[in-house]
Design a protein around this ligand. Structure first.
Ligand code: DUC
Ligand code: ZN
Ligand code: ZN
Length: 477
């Protein structure tokens, strides 16, 4: 099966060019000057399908390096399955995810990874890989961790938050980081001081402050800054490479920039919710149906930050200056009914998470429209750097001969209205992005050479997506 995407503007992280893209089977065969011949043969009359991308961008498919399908959390489970979540991703121009396999307390690491393989295998619309959450750092789990690169799992996540659930203390973090140093695996860190947060949260509840808004008050930016600094210093003393996930506080960004300035292998990710939404929005939200509890729609950790304090502007700036390198979603959806609802009388019981896998490419493209980032930086933040960071570059994250034909035809003259009943294929009974309007549209999505979305129609099949064994990060020296 040969496909020619003609007349488009091909956007790579390195630059933009008018070019035709020839796809042969599941790979990109050639990137050609528009209308050119190949060895004397007219290309267009020798392919099975032609996609006319005139006036449109052709970009490498999005890579969302931070998702949680079917994650058990807070007495419930994230509401997207690998099937529904990856289909929603495809609609939004994302063609690969890296989800988090979980080792729970007392469980063997290998068993946690095996359970996630079982959940995902045969169900995904797009390609997928795994990071490993180490929820119980023991001598046994550290030994098992050392073997994961052989299985294509080259990064693991530790939590400085959630005592009693995923939390690791400094001694455990140090030991796991030594494995990271020895193996080249990337240490991913949830950097918030969980024990301190839990005390503040308890005190707020004792004072009768139980609304969702207080989730963000308890999770003060100082406790993100402090944990980020501690993670950096533990990484420094061990020599481990560090990637801090879902950075939301400008002071945490300053810590990352400081460490990078000193030459440390430290990286940072943010998410669209921290760029666009704020604690004030959360406080102001109050619907007839949910009253003040509507704020639960945006309860996630790290939390939304105050716009008055300037966090959002700092994050956009950090994306431009490369103090932050990637934008993922931390897709962790819950319905309001029966899930977020669990925390009606106590914000601590609201399952933490926002669903957004479907909207990341659009929301970040809006940043191009408003002049926050360039077109090439859009591709870099959402596809190319995640590919390089997590060891799949060359196959993913770039439009070049030999790469997987994971491609998106994006229409800058199109329009996307986000919300329930509009563009929404995630398994959620609300949209965290209700009412957002995007000056662009995902027209056509190819995964390994097959058109899986065209004109808002899903044309793929469950199980199309394959597990991707990842190599080590390209950023490590
Ligand atoms: N943050 C969330 O918002 N949800 C799941 C886990 C996490 O760290
Ligand atoms: Zn986290
Ligand atoms: Zn997460």
């Amino acid at each position: 099966m040969k496909t020619l995407i003609k007349n488009g503007t091909v956007v790579n992280a390195t630059g933009t060019a008018s070019a035709d893209v020839l796809v042969d089977g599941d790979r990109i065969a050639a990137v050609l000057a528009p209308g050119s011949t190949l060895l004397g043969f007219d290309v267009e009359s020798n392919v099975d399908t032609v996609i006319d991308a005139a006036g449109k961008y052709v970009i490498p498919g999005g890579i969302d390096a931070h998702t949680h399908m079917q994650l058990p959390f807070g007495g419930t489970e994230a509401s997207d399955t690998f099937e529904s979540g990856t289909r929603a991703a495809a609609h939004g121009g994302t063609t690969s995810i890296i989800d988090f396999a979980v080792q729970t307390y007392g469980q063997r690491l290998e068993d946690g990874l095996a359970a996630w393989h079982e959940k995902a295998a045969g169900n995904c619309a797009i390609d997928y890989g795994f990071h490993q959450i180490v929820g119980d750092v023991t001598a046994e789990s550290l030994e098992a961790l050392r073997r994961l690169p052989d299985e294509g799992v080259t990064s693991f996540k530790l939590f400085m938050a959630y005592p009693g659930v995923f939390y690791s203390d400094d001694a455990q973090i140090l030991k796991a980081m030594q494995v990271s140093r020895d193996t080249g695996m990337l240490t991913m860190m949830h950097a918030e001081n969980g024990p301190a947060i839990d005390v503040l949260a308890q005190q707020l509840v004792d004072q009768g402050n139980t609304d969702p808004y207080y989730h963000g008050i308890a999770r003060a930016w100082e406790l993100e800054e402090e944990a980020t600094h501690r993670a950096i210093m533990l990484a420094k003393v061990t020599g481990a490479p560090l990637y801090v996930v879902h950075v939301s506080a400008k002071q945490a960004v300053e810590q990352l920039a400081w460490a990078r300035g000193k030459g440390q292998n430290v990286f940072g990710e943010t998410c669209p919710q921290y760029l666009y939404l704020s604690l004030e929005d959360q406080l102001g939200a109050s619907s007839d149906e949910w009253g003040k509890f509507e704020g639960a729609k945006w309860v996630c950790s790290t939390p939304l930050r105050s716009r008055a304090e300037g966090h959002q502007d700092s994050l956009w700036q950090a994306l431009r200056t490369n103090a932050l390198q990637t934008v993922s979603t931390d897709h962790c959806p819950f319905c309001m009914k029966d899930q977020k609802d669990l925390g009606r009388s106590d914000f601590r019981k609201i399952p933490n998470g926002i669903g957004g896998i479907e909207h990341r490419m659009d929301l970040m493209y809006q940043g191009v429209v408003t002049g926050e980032i360039t077109l090439e930086r859009w591709v870099e933040l959402t596809s190319t750097t995640p590919a390089r960071m997590f060891g799949v570059y060359g196959e993913k994250g770039v439009i070049q001969p030999g790469a997987d034909a994971d491609l998106v035809v994006y229409d800058p003259n199109g329009h996307t209205s986000i919300g329930l009943g509009k563009t929404h294929h995630m398994n959620m009974d609300y949209s965290a992005w209700e009412g957002y309007e995007i000056d662009g549209h995902v027209d056509t999505v190819l995964s390994r050479g097959r058109v899986i979305v065209d004109d808002n129609q899903y044309l793929g099949r469950k199980g199309d997506g394959e597990f991707v064994k990842r190599g080590l990060s390209q950023y490590l020296i």
